[in-house]
Ligand binder design. Structure first.
Ligand SMILES: Nc1ncnc2c1ncn2[C@@H]1O[C@H](COP(=O)(O)OP(=O)(O)OP(=O)(O)O)[C@@H](O)[C@H]1O
Length: 219
């Protein structure tokens, strides 16, 4: 059995007396694509943040590339995330004072392996080949989303986490972006976990998981 890229066991998240979810277990292997769906507020973004070690939990464990995240300190978690994870945030988190190419280059610079050719290649792949010198404020919402996606893919991470990656895109661009995320799983063996409200996006992944307060179920 291939080692899971990410493995979750009995995860629970609470805010005070209020439980967001509990009993969440899942495994995603290299080359697998998974969509997580569920009602608004059920904790999909929270779960994604837990998978990346960006949020804490109250019971259970998350293992990323074999490492139990609760055993790592903040610094070790940040290093693991830097090397293994590409995260497409719902709110993009594009840095406003850097141009598009500089934003996309960031994961490579953090790993001290700058690669302008790779940055240009990924920008072309998301249809932003001519916009590398633009500042984020000069882009549309859909273009910003594609910058966020290019930045999440540039360092060929083992795990791609994407929170509503097609939420701001027209159907044609959404299709292109999904193809790009899925190609990364097929060609480079990355694991993709996608949070989405779109039935269409969910239908393109190999597995569909529904999150509810009592856990997560496969459909
Ligand atoms: N700091 C906080 N304190 C208390 N409750 C919080 C806090 N942050 C988030 N929550 C609650 O946690 C729950 C999960 O939020 P989350 O954003 O993960 O849901 P979601 O399923 O991604 O929602 P959506 O589909 O609307 O994006 C929500 O009910 C939210 O109100």
């Amino acid at each position: 059995m291939a080692e899971a890229v990410v493995e979750v066991e009995g995860l629970a998240k609470r805010y005070g007396a209020s439980t967001v979810f509990e009993g969440v277990s899942l495994r995603v292997k290299p080359g697998e694509s998974v969509a997580i769906v569920g009602e608004s507020g059920v904790g999909k973004s929270t779960l994604l943040n837990c998978l990346a070690g960006l949020d804490t939990w109250d019971a259970g464990e998350v293992r990323l590339c074999g490492h139990p995240l609760s055993a790592l300190d903040d610094n070790a978690r940040a290093l693991l995330r830097r090397d293994r994870v590409g995260f497409v945030f719902q709110a993009f988190h594009v840095l406003p004072h850097l141009d598009v190419a500089q934003n996309v280059a960031l994961p490579l610079l953090l790993q001290q392996r700058p690669d302008d050719t790779r940055v240009a290649e990924v920008l072309c792949a998301v249809g932003l080949g001519d916009l590398g010198a633009r500042l984020p404020q000069q882009l549309s919402g859909g273009q910003l989303q594609r910058v966020a996606i290019a930045r999440a893919l540039v360092h060929r991470p083992a795990l791609i986490l994407a929170d509503e990656p097609t939420g701001n895109l027209d159907p044609h661009t959404a299709e292109q972006v999904l193809s790009l995320l899925l190609a990364q799983t097929q060609q480079h063996g990355a694991a993709l976990v996608l949070v989405t409200h779109s039935d269409h996006a969910a239908a393109r992944t190999q597995r569909l998981l529904r999150l509810s307060a009592n856990g997560i179920t496969e459909h």
